[in-house]
Design a protein around this ligand. Structure first.
Ligand code: C2O
Ligand code: CU
Length: 461
């Protein structure tokens, strides 16, 4: 057998000569949290909204007084937010102004295979193409990122990520905190060199070098809040790092996950969020004194953000006891085993004993059917290596973890699930509407991009 698609050496060894510094020297809480701007449609048609967007290299401000070269969507380190309405089609023309191929995957999107950003389906430099997103799915915070074969880890690391907020009128009627009290937060780690440039080196353990955190592209910002409820849509875009977040003694309820609202709110104290996962929470600053301050802490890298209560504000929002009704679970026609694990020589991460081959179909699924995917993380070596399993096309339910009920925050729909070494997760997925080839992979970006932990299914009629 061998390796059908070996990683070219120039990609495997990224010892660029850049050396990461442990601390880029930012004084905490001196810069305010920024909220990415919204991409506006260039044209609004009767049946869809049309946008124009770019991939481009840009000099961005992450560290004070320093320009950092980034790979971006639209010229900003966090791409502009795309706000879409459930049921209304969005078409986005992307022009690639980079010097290499790139593409776009709408993470969590239920889209046709042609519009999914398959790793081999890229936009050459200088060219454009249109992606179409029907948005026939539940409102949720999705995100968009590059998915170019062998390059996605570095592309996303260097800034090719943005929010895609799918909204609905029904959800608005729940009266959760909205408008400026509904805040997306992209949390991630990174390594900087002494000149404030991003260091990408996949020959070293990223958890040892990527020690700087950012929220919405700023290092340890403060966020001036009113003494009332807020909705925070958290997304972890670290390539590798799972964060355990806490809001101190503030009351926090989780209201949503990757695929939208949970059936009921879940009170939480510590939140585990792995790469690409979304956690939607309502945090209540109500009754807190003006001048009081709270930290958003991570167990891994300390505080990432400070909330400064600086005003009172009227609050008519609520957290309803019932957020949504989950449809009855569809009946599966089969159960499929998927195994994530090191290659025998321990040089690669594989799925079902094989490296990723973008021309091989690993699973054939019938459109309209439901399957259970029993995903086993076989990596018990080195104290257990975690993986983060992501399926394109579908929003699945987590049925159980090693036979035990899933975590309370997994009671809704998800597209990405954390799997500790030596454990298994059973997922229930229905494959509707579309046929074609879709990826599934570990979302620790280097595992998929560099170390081959990716596979693909073909949905057939
Ligand atoms: Cu977030 Cu295959 O991707
Ligand atoms: Cu992995």
């Amino acid at each position: 057998a061998g390796t059908p698609d070996p990683l070219p050496d120039h990609l495997r060894h990224r010892a660029t000569g850049e050396t990461a510094v442990a601390d880029p020297g930012v004084t905490p809480y001196t810069v305010g949290l920024t909220i990415p701007g919204q991409l506006r449609p260039t044209r609004v048609y009767a049946d869809h909204d049309y946008y124009e967007h770019t991939m481009e290299s840009a000099e961005v401000r992450i560290l004070p007084g320093v320009k950092t070269t980034a790979l971006t969507f639209g010229g900003s380190f966090i791409g502009p937010t795309i706000r879409a309405k459930a049921g209304r089609t969005v078409r986005i023309k992307y022009t690639n102004r980079l010097t290499e191929p790139a593409n776009v995957h709408l993470h969590g999107g239920h889209v046709a295979a042609d519009n999914d950003g398959h790793p081999m389906d890229t936009i050459p430099p200088g060219a454009s193409r249109v992606y179409e997103y029907p948005n026939r799915q539940d409102p949720a915070m999705l995100w968009y990122h590059d998915h170019t074969h062998h390059r996605e880890a570095e592309h996303v690391y260097r800034g090719m990520h943005g929010f895609y907020l799918l909204e609905s009128d029904a959800e608005k009627q729940l009266n959760l905190p909205s408008g400026k009290y509904d805040v997306p937060m992209m949390i991630r780690d990174a390594a900087f060199d002494e000149n404030g440039q991003l260091v990408f080196d996949d020959t070293v353990d990223p958890l040892q070098t990527r020690l700087t955190t950012m929220v919405n592209g700023k290092v340890q910002p403060y966020f001036a809040v009113a003494a009332r409820r807020y909705r925070f849509r958290l997304l972890n875009t670290s390539n590798h790092r799972t964060f355990h977040l806490s809001f101190g003694d503030l009351p926090v309820v989780q209201v949503g996950s990757d695929g939208g609202l949970l059936p009921r709110p879940v009170p939480v104290t510590e939140l585990s969020i792995s790469p690409a996962e979304r956690i939607d929470v309502v945090v209540d600053f109500g009754g807190r004194a003006i001048g009081s301050r709270f930290l958003l802490q991570t167990a891994e890298l300390g505080p990432v953000l400070r909330f400064d209560v600086d005003r009172k504000a009227k609050d008519t929002s609520i957290v309803p006891a019932v957020l949504r009704t989950m449809p009855a679970p569809p009946v599966p026609i089969r159960e499929r085993d998927i195994t994530l694990g090191l290659s025998p020589d321990q040089q690669w991460f594989w799925i079902d004993g094989k490296p990723y081959d973008p021309y091989r179909i690993d699973a054939t699924v019938r459109r309209g059917t439901t399957e259970i995917w029993n995903v086993h993380n076989a990596d018990t070596d080195f104290g257990g290596i975690e993986h983060v399993f992501h399926m394109h096309l579908v929003q699945f339910r987590v049925l159980d973890r090693d036979g035990a009920p899933p975590l309370p925050g997994e009671s809704g729909f998800k597209d990405t699930v954390h799997i500790p070494g030596g454990t298994s997760v059973r997922l229930l997925a229905k494959f509707t509407d579309f046929t074609g080839v879709y990826a599934y992979h570990c979302h620790m970006m280097e595992h998929a991009s560099t170390f081959q932990m990716m596979a693909q299914m073909e949905v057939v009629t």
